[in-house]
Ligand binder design. Structure first.
Ligand code: FES
Length: 159
């Protein structure tokens, strides 16, 4: 994937005079590209004179960073115990079949990333999915279908 290094340079300039501002810089790059492209990390390493290994350490330490491209939409299926016993595996199956990906993967069109998470603290709503930060609870197969259809419709309108 080609990375617009001009965008990376602009972000670097924003933090150039701040000492050890690598984390906010990496956060900005991660939100710009929805992950941390290797070429962007190399650029930061050269321009800010920080070892690439240090940037990789930060990138792998913080869960909010990703070293692989992520989708425009993030779907997290809770697989904590309460959700699991109420049918989360069926919900997860439905979603991964629909998108033809495994948990942890992103669709080829870069639209959706599906992953599993442990308890998100809303067990009474289980089984639940967090879709772009919004909670959708009490899911069964038909509600999951409706949820996905809604996003497909929205996607068609915006594309
Ligand atoms: S187990 Fe899913 S929210 Fe707690």
């Amino acid at each position: 994937m080609n990375v617009d290094l001009g965008k990376v340079d602009k972000l670097i300039d924003k933090y150039r005079d701040e000492e050890a501002a690598y984390i906010p810089l990496l956060q900005d790059i991660n939100s710009e590209f929805r992950y941390l492209p290797r070429d962007a990390l190399k650029r930061v390493s050269q321009k800010m004179e920080v070892p690439l290994s240090h940037l990789f350490r930060l990138a792998t330490f913080y869960k909010s960073f990703s070293l692989v491209p992520r989708g425009e939409h993030e779907i997290q299926v809770c697989m904590g115990t309460a959700c699991h016993v109420r049918g989360a595996p069926r919900v997860l199956n439905k979603i991964t079949q629909q998108f033809q990906i495994y948990p942890g993967e992103t669709t080829a069109d870069q639209k959706f990333t599906v992953e599993t998470v442990n308890c998100v603290g809303a067990c009474a709503l289980g089984p639940l999915v967090v879709f772009d930060g919004k909670y959708f609870g009490h899911l069964n197969l038909s509600r999951t279908d409706k949820l996905l259809e809604g996003y497909h419709e929205e996607n068609k309108k915006s594309s």
